[in-house]
Design a protein around this ligand. Sequence first.
Ligand code: SPV
Ligand code: MG
Length: 292
Amino acid sequence: QKNTASPARRLLDALRGPQLTRAMGAHNPLSARLAEEAGFDVIWSSGLEISAAAGLPDANILSMPDCLRAATDMAAALSVPVLADCDSGFGNVNNVLHMIRSYEARGVAGVCIEDKQFPKLNSFVEGDQELAPIDDFAGKIRAATECREELVVIARLEALISGQGMDEALRRAEIYERAGADALLIHSKLSEPDEVFAFREAYDGDLPVVVVPTTYHRVTVAELRQRGFAMAIYANHSLRSSIHAMRGTLRRILQDGTTLHVEPDIAPLKEVFDLQGVHQMLDRQSHYEAAG
Ligand code: SPV
Ligand code: MG
C-alpha cells in the first residue's frame, strides 16, 4: 500500500519511530535514485556533495538557491523524503525565514541547520569552526518552527566539532529543544563513536537524536539503535565511491588504449536508460499518440 502521508510527516514518523532510520547523501536525482533503489529511508541533500559536484569547497560558496535547486530536483524525482542540509541557514534569521518558505513550498521533507557562523566551513576541514552565539541560533530555530507549516526542522550541534565540549553541546541541546526543534543532530569528528554515545546518554530531553558516522565509520546500525539514536546519515559515501570508480576507469582507458578492459565493470547503457525512465517515456508517447 502506498504511503500517502506528506514527505514531512513521513520524515517525522521515521525520526520518532522505533527503527534506526538510514539516510544516504546525494547531490542530484541520479545519485538520489540509486540511494532510493538501494533501500535507504531518507535522502540527505548534502552540502558537501552539492559543492563537491560543482568543484567547489563546502564553505557557503554556493548560495541558498543552488542548494534549494539541488534538493528540490531530488524531491521531485523521488518518493522517499528529502532532508536538506541547510548549513547555518545561509545568513541571519531573515535568510532562515526565506529559506524555510522556499524549501517547504517545493516539497522538501525537512531541513537541518547547524549552530555555526555564516559562512560555514565543512566540519572536517581544519579552520574556523566558531559557534554562533546561542541566542542567535535559538532565534533561528524559533523563527523556522514558527513559520513552517509542517517542514521538519533539525538543529545540528557543532559544539564537539568546535572544541567547546560536551557541557556546551548539552546546554545548547536543551535550548534548541525549547526553541521548538523537531530533532537534534550531534556531530563529531572523532574516529570512535564515544562522544556521540556520551551525548546520547547524558541528553535527557525528548527529541530524536541524529548522527553522521563519517569518521567513526566502524559503528553499526545495531549499535546505534541499541544506544537510542533515531537516524544515521551516511553523508557522502556514494559520492566517495563514485570518485574512486571514475578515477580507476579513466586511468585504465588511457593506460590500455582501449575500453575493452573497463567494459565489464561499468554500467551498461541499458542501466543508464532505466535510471532515466526511457521506457516509461516511450510508453507514454505511444499511449498519447495512439489516443490522439
Ligand atoms: C554534509 O554532508 O554536507 C554534511 C555532513 O553537512 S559533514 O560533511 O559531516 O559536515
Ligand atoms: Mg553540510
